[in-house]
Ligand binder design. Structure first.
Ligand code: SAT
Ligand code: MN
Length: 639
């Protein structure tokens, strides 16, 4: 069995020295970290963190080790280093903004190379129909996990600096937060983790009281000069491994997003979902927003949509309805737990937004536009000739552009200027409508949960679940068009239960059981709704304007949370009563088509959900889900 060997004593001594001088290495001729910078010594680490660092160093054999303290001077040194290495270009148009261009084969999450390890396959993969393997949950056996590591990690950081990033998912010290330590050889990852999580010495302090943390080991891989200067990676051998039983995440070969910022999908969702089940809470792929109504009453909702389906737009919505205010707590992940009063409370475990750039504009998301032009790293967007950025959907293309691959671009080119999964990585605190309570240690109270996806056909604008079990069924049956956030392509409608398909850390059948077990005496269960902003007419035109106009749907949702009788029953659940959804001033909205429930479509949809449940979940599907499917079938037949 391969594991980290113990590190020779002199290596540790050498490493301890390096902790002070790593960013001042001779090859990177940038200004040294000031002598008085507070860089904790290896010896000052807690024993478990130190052991993890020593084992990783012995395995990866970096030239030096740098323990990140999270200081401004450290960030400045990283930026200088990355500009020298060619990873980042400064964008002189803006304040402290940078552009990274990745290797063109390292541009999105790689779901096919992402695995969960456990002793038993069934812990990870549901019991599918005989002879068929469920595609929910990518399992790797412990021996293959060790082998994958042994084939990639020994000596993989030779000549590089190994950075140690203590990070907190959630406000530092909150009872709802969790700690991780990511070891990486990518300064881009360190800088991005600094934006996306809370890092540094203050996190190490928390570990002094409780030594529990998730071990995250990341290496970009590759040897020799990288194909794209400043972006070493090893796409053919990329692998992302999770071992929930050991609180361990291992990632090799990719520097991009969810593959390398291990606090995000790997920890906050995959390991997070396992920890959440163990401890009785929920780790979900959901945004969180606060909505204040014209009466001044504020409620919070959480909403699950697959990657690149407009979560960031909803999280930063400028409501078109007069008197409404939306404030953002988070745009991607929610950790939620019932408190002692039976209220579901949510925190955003992240500290920044890693948002999809294309489609973001002053019209679609003015708040994002007001957020991202300072202290931001853009990745794979296009660059203007005066050092600004551009992407499809931002507005008219400026005259001369450099595309995401660094090539001259003009609108006659068939290829997009910005990669469809290009991103901004920006601190949440500088969002002009960040919620006052966004870092509240106890979390914000959740009144409603929204589920949704991109459904061009058949699925109404909004449907309220009749009860909790029906809401869980809606989540289980969620589908959405594929997006550019992972390697899938084309406009196929994929099943994506709870928008968690690529992020489950354990058996999806057990996940549903966990959700079904939430209602208890004394708990105030949030209402669950399914929304679809993306329904199209016969001509392929969107039936609903979306964006800020979605506040009209939120208005109805909140009135339903107040138990106002502004609904009617349908075979799918409850929808707004005629006239209850405020559409005044919207012009021609075909409400009939927007809310129609085509019988043929729904017969097929129920068949497809049945097939999915059978093939992907089999015996592990809770029986309440079969009952819900039967109710749907009966309702449709009788309609
Ligand atoms: O996983 S990423 O962080 O790269 C983005 C996403 O899919 O939401
Ligand atoms: Mn996401």
């Amino acid at each position: 069995m391969l594991h980290f060997k113990s590190v020779p004593e002199d290596y540790v001594r050498q490493s301890a020295k390096c902790a002070q001088v790593a960013l001042n290495c001779s090859r990177a001729a940038h200004a040294p970290v000031p002598r008085n910078a507070k860089l904790p010594q290896l010896a000052a680490l807690t024993p478990k963190v130190r052991a993890f660092v020593e084992r990783s160093a012995a395995l990866c054999q970096p030239e030096q080790v740098h323990i990140c303290d999270g200081s401004e001077s450290e960030a400045a040194a990283l930026l200088r280093l990355m500009q020298q290495q060619g990873t980042l270009r400064r964008l002189p148009q803006y304040d402290n903004c940078y552009l990274a261009r990745t290797d063109p084969s390292d541009v999105a999450r790689v779901e096919s190379r992402t695995f969960i390890c456990s002793e038993r396959e069934r812990d990870v993969v549901p019991a599918a129909r005989a002879g068929q393997k469920s595609a929910l949950g990518n399992y790797i056996a412990p021996s293959d996990y060790e082998k994958a590591m042994a084939e990639r990690f020994p000596g993989c950081m030779r000549g590089r600096t190994m950075y140690v990033i203590p990070f907190s998912m959630g406000p530092v010290g909150s009872p709802l937060s969790k700690i991780g330590v990511e070891i990486t050889d990518s300064p881009y990852v360190v800088y991005s983790m600094r934006v996306m999580t809370r890092i540094g010495s203050r996190v190490l302090e928390v570990l002094r009281n409780d030594e529990q943390f998730v071990r995250c080991l990341h290496a970009v891989g590759g040897s020799g000069a990288p194909a794209v200067p400043g972006w070493p990676c090893d796409p053919p051998r990329t692998i992302i491994l999770h071992k929930p039983s050991d609180n361990e995440i291992i990632s090799y070969g990719s520097g991009y997003g969810g593959n390398s910022l291990l606090g995000k999908k790997c920890f906050a969702l995959r390991l997070g979902s396992v920890i959440a089940r163990r401890e009785g809470w929920l780790a979900e792929h959901m945004l969180i927003v606060g909505i204040t109504d014209p009466q001044g009453r504020k409620r919070y909702i959480a909403a699950a949509f697959p990657s690149a389906c407009g979560k960031t737009n909803l999280a930063m919505m400028t409501p078109s309805l007069p008197g409404y205010k939306v404030e953002c707590v988070g745009d991607d992940i929610a950790w939620m737990r019932f408190d002692k009063n039976g209220v579901l409370r949510a925190i955003n475990p992240e500290n920044g937004f890693f948002g999809v750039a294309p489609g973001t504009s002053a019209a679609t998301n003015p708040i994002a536009m007001a957020t991202v032009f300072k202290n931001t790293v853009f990745t794979n967007v296009a660059e203007t000739k005066d050092g600004g950025v551009w992407w499809e959907g931002m507005g008219p293309a400026p005259e001369s552009l450099t595309d995401w691959k660094g090539q001259p671009w003009d609108s006659s080119k068939k290829t997009p200027a910005a990669h469809p999964n290009s991103r901004f990585c920006t601190p949440a605190a500088q969002c002009p409508m960040i919620d006052d309570a966004w870092e509240s240690p106890e979390g914000v109270p959740i009144s409603a949960i929204l589920l949704g996806g991109r459904r061009p056909e058949g699925v109404p604008l909004v449907v309220e679940a009749r009860d909790w079990a029906h809401g869980v069924f809606m989540g289980a049956a969620m589908r959405s068009e594929a997006t550019a956030a992972a390697e899938h392509s084309g406009k196929v409608v994929m099943h994506d239960p709870f928008a968690m398909r690529p992020f489950f850390g354990y058996n999806f059948g057990e996940y549903l059981q966990h959700w079904l077990s939430m209602p208890r005496a004394g708990r105030k269960m949030p209402k669950i709704f399914h929304v679809n902003w993306f329904r199209k007419d016969q001509q392929g035109k969107f039936l609903w304007p979306g964006f800020g106009e979605n506040s009209r749907v939120l208005d109805w949702v909140l009135r339903r949370c107040d138990e106002q009788p502004c609904h009617v029953e349908t075979p799918l659940g409850l929808v707004p009563a005629p006239g209850a959804l405020p559409v005044d001033g919207l012009g021609d909205i075909n409400m009939e088509e927007l809310f129609s429930i085509p019988k043929d479509f729904w017969i097929k949809e129920a068949d497809s959900v049945e097939k999915y449940f059978k093939e992907e979940v089999g015996d592990d599907l809770p029986k309440q889900m079969w009952e819900q499917l039967e109710i749907l079938r009966r309702n449709i037949q009788q309609s």
